[in-house]
Design a binder for this molecule. Structure first.
Ligand code: 13P
Ligand code: SF4
Length: 307
C-alpha cells in the first residue's frame, strides 16, 4: 500500500470507529498534518481545554501531549481520555515539580502562583490560577496588584507577560526545548530572504526573538492575525505543524518557517496508526486522582472564567 493509500484507509477507519465509540478527536496545531485532518477540532491549548470542558462525547482522543490530556481529564472526569502515544510529554512541564514549587512558595509570602497550562496536574493543584499563551497577559492583569506573582515554568512567557503588564513577576527557569532553539540570527536571516514578510512569534521564544516580532501570539492568535492581515507573506516563529493550518486557512498567502529546527518530537509522536489503535482498544488512558483533580480544577476553572 502506498503512504497516501494507507493514510486514506486509516483516516476512513478512524472516522468509522469514532462514531461507533462516540468519540471526539482533539488535535493541537503542532500535530502531523494527517492527524490534524481527522480531528473534530484543531486549536491552541486554550481552545482545546474549552472543547474538552464542553464536549458531550463519551471518549476524548487527545492528539497532543500529556499535560493537555490531563487537563481534559480534569475538566471532563466522566469521559474516557485517550492519549494515543502515552510517552508524548512536554519537557518544559517536567521542569517544575510539586516539591520544588512548595519550596519556592515558602520563600515568597503571600505569593499568587500562575501556572502555564504546560504543567502536570499535580503542579496545577499546587497553583492558584492557570493560563495559556493566549490569555497569560489577561490572567496576570486580573490579579490583585498588592500581591507578589510567581509565574511557572516558562521563563520567556513569564518575562513577556511582565513586560506587557508592567508587573514585577517572580520567574522560574523553565523553557521549551523547541522554541529555545530559535535565535535572533535565524529570524534576521529569514527576514533578509523575505523582506516583505511579517514576523509572527510565539511567546515561548527567547526575548531577543520576541523583540523582532510584528505580532506575538498563541498559535491560534497567529493564525487569526495572518487571516486578518493585509500582508501576503509571514515568517513563522513556532513549531512547524502550524504551517498546515496556515496554508489551509490562508491559501493565498506565503508562510516561511524561521528555522527548520522548529520541530517538537513529542508533538510528532502521535501517528494515525496510534490514533486508530487507541480507538480500537480504548487505551492508553489518562486519569487524574480525585484529590489532585479537585484542586487542579480550581486553577483551570479560574482561568476559564477570566477568558
Ligand atoms: P499554544 O498552542 O497554546 O500557543 O501553545 C503552544 C505550545 O507549545 C503547546 O505545547
Ligand atoms: Fe512542550 Fe515546547 Fe513541545 Fe509545546 S512545543 S509540547 S512547550 S516542548
Amino acid at each position: 500500500m502506498s503512504t497516501e493509500d494507507k493514510i486514506r484507509y486509516l483516516s476512513e477507519e478512524i472516522k468509522r470507529l469514532k462514531k461507533e465509540r462516540r468519540a471526539v478527536i482533539l488535535s493541537h496545531v503542532y500535530q502531523r498534518p494527517e492527524v490534524q485532518e481527522i480531528a473534530d477540532f484543531v486549536g491552541d491549548s486554550l481552545g482545546l481545554s474549552q472543547q474538552a470542558a464542553k464536549t458531550d462525547a463519551e471518549v476524548i482522543v487527545f492528539c497532543g501531549v500529556h499535560f493537555m490530556a490531563e487537563s481534559a481529564a480534569i475538566l471532563s472526569p466522566d469521559k474516557i481520555v485517550l492519549l494515543p502515544e502515552i510517552k508524548a510529554g512536554c519537557p518544559m512541564a517536567d521542569m517544575v515539580t510539586v516539591e520544588a514549587l512548595q519550596e519556592k512558595k515558602k520563600e515568597i509570602p503571600g505569593v499568587i502562583v500562575v501556572c502555564y497550562v504546560n504543567t502536570s496536574a499535580a503542579v496545577k493543584a499546587e497553583s492558584d490560577v492557570c493560563c495559556t499563551s493566549a490569555n497569560a497577559v489577561k490572567i496576570v492583569s486580573s490579579l490583585p496588584e498588592d500581591r507578589p506573582v510567581l509565574f511557572i515554568p516558562d521563563e520567556n512567557l513569564g518575562q513577556y507577560v511582565a513586560r506587557r503588564t508592567g508587573r514585577r513577576i517572580h520567574l522560574w527557569e523553565g523553557y521549551c526545548n523547541t522554541h529555545d532553539k530559535l535565535f535572533a540570527e535565524d529570524v534576521l536571516a529569514a527576514r533578509e530572504a523575505h523582506p516583505n514578510a511579517l514576523v509572527l512569534v510565539h511567546p515561548e521564544c527567547r526575548p531577543e526573538v520576541i523583540d523582532l516580532a510584528d505580532a506575538v501570539a498563541s498559535t491560534t492568535g497567529m493564525i487569526r492575525f495572518a487571516r486578518e492581515s493585509d500582508a501576503r507573506e509571514f515568517i513563522v516563529c513556532t513549531e512547524t505543524g502550524i504551517l498546515h493550518q496556515f496554508r489551509k486557512q490562508c491559501p493565498d498567502k506565503e508562510f516561511y518557517l524561521a528555522s527548520d529546527k522548529l520541530i517538537c518530537p513529542n508533538m510528532k509522536a502521535t501517528t494515525l496508526e496510534k490514533v486508530h489503535r487507541a480507538l480500537v482498544t480504548l487505551e492508553p488512558r489518562v486519569t487524574v486522582p480525585p484529590e489532585i483533580r479537585e484542586k487542579a480544577l480550581r486553577s483551570l476553572e479560574r482561568m476559564l472564567a477570566v477568558t
